[in-house]
Design a protein around this ligand. Structure first.
Ligand code: AMP
Length: 254
């Protein structure tokens, strides 16, 4: 298994370079993960990156990291974005696209990428398509993780996150070995502000409004693969890899 890539360039943007780029994978995957908040996109992104050697690019992680910046480092635009995030609302397309454009080099990374949490609207999807077309970097696929809403809510409300390494646990479904402590880096686990009940319902509504046009967008381009997210994280990842290799085989025989 590959180790996860260092994501310094994604977190800091601009001219920052990653300290560690591991061996180039045999096949480069460029994936977009879609699905309701809490469906397990972050966990799947990490597992897929380990399996495929790609880099996990999460816009939500960049906003969460920005919460730890000092006052002088947060511009008014970022301040507004963080307010949206706290309430569970979507950040404006303009702000999100500026953030992704500042990190354009990550889309060109030779190890490929797994985008998690971006795009979330058709406008973002169109902009991403333009950025990739200009660089002649086709998406491999868009994976849509599917889970009934009651299970999504149960996953979100029990989720606990590590502030250090960003690992995600669940109080009952994936508890850490020691209560409240991250298995990987011993960080003290916390509940994300936007995993509180009021924010969960706002986020679910935001997702319902934006999901179906986005799914149509990728369906029409023949890129959409739907995966049932009801199994364990490792099984779901295996189903994803199987579907990806099946799709690649079908394309090569077409
Ligand atoms: P996530 O970790 O992907 O659930 O993102 C956490 C929060 O960050 C979301 O609830 C939004 O407030 C904000 N966010 C992250 N990515 C985007 C995006 N692509 N478009 C709009 N808002 C976003």
């Amino acid at each position: 298994m590959n180790e996860l890539q260092d994501r310094a360039a994604w977190f800091k943007g601009g001219s920052t370079v990653c300290a560690t780029i591991h061996a180039l994978p045999r096949q480069v995957y460029r994936l977009v993960l879609l699905g309701a908040p809490g469906v397990g996109k972050g966990t799947q992104a990490d597992l897929l990156c380990e399996r495929l050697g790609a880099c996990h690019l999460s816009t939500g992680d960049v906003f969460r990291a920005a919460k730890r910046l000092s006052e002088g480092e947060v511009n008014p635009e970022l301040e507004t974005a963080l307010g949206c995030m706290r309430r569970g609302e979507l950040v404006t397309d303009e702000t999100v696209l500026a953030l992704v454009r500042q990190r354009g080099r990550c889309l060109r990374c030779p190890v490929g990428f797994v985008l998690d949490g971006f795009p979330r609207t058709v406008e973002q999807a169109v902009a991403l398509q333009g950025m990739l077309e200009r660089e002649n970097l086709p998406l491999t696929a868009t994976i849509h993780y599917v889970l009934p809403p009651d299970q999504v809510i149960a996953r979100l409300s029990g989720r606990r996150t590590c502030p250090g390494c960003k690992a995600s646990f669940h109080l009952t479904m994936q508890p850490p070995r020691a209560k409240g402590i991250c298995d990987h880096c011993a960080g003290r686990l916390f509940q994300r502000e936007d995993d509180q009940p009021e924010s969960i319902s706002v986020r679910m509504r935001a997702y319902e409004q934006s999901a179906s046009p986005l799914l149509d967008f990728y369906q029409k381009r023949g890129l959409l693969i739907s995966i049932d997210a009801d199994s364990s994280p490792v099984e779901t990842c295996q189903h994803t890899v199987t579907a990806l290799t099946g799709a690649a085989a079908a394309t090569s025989h077409a």
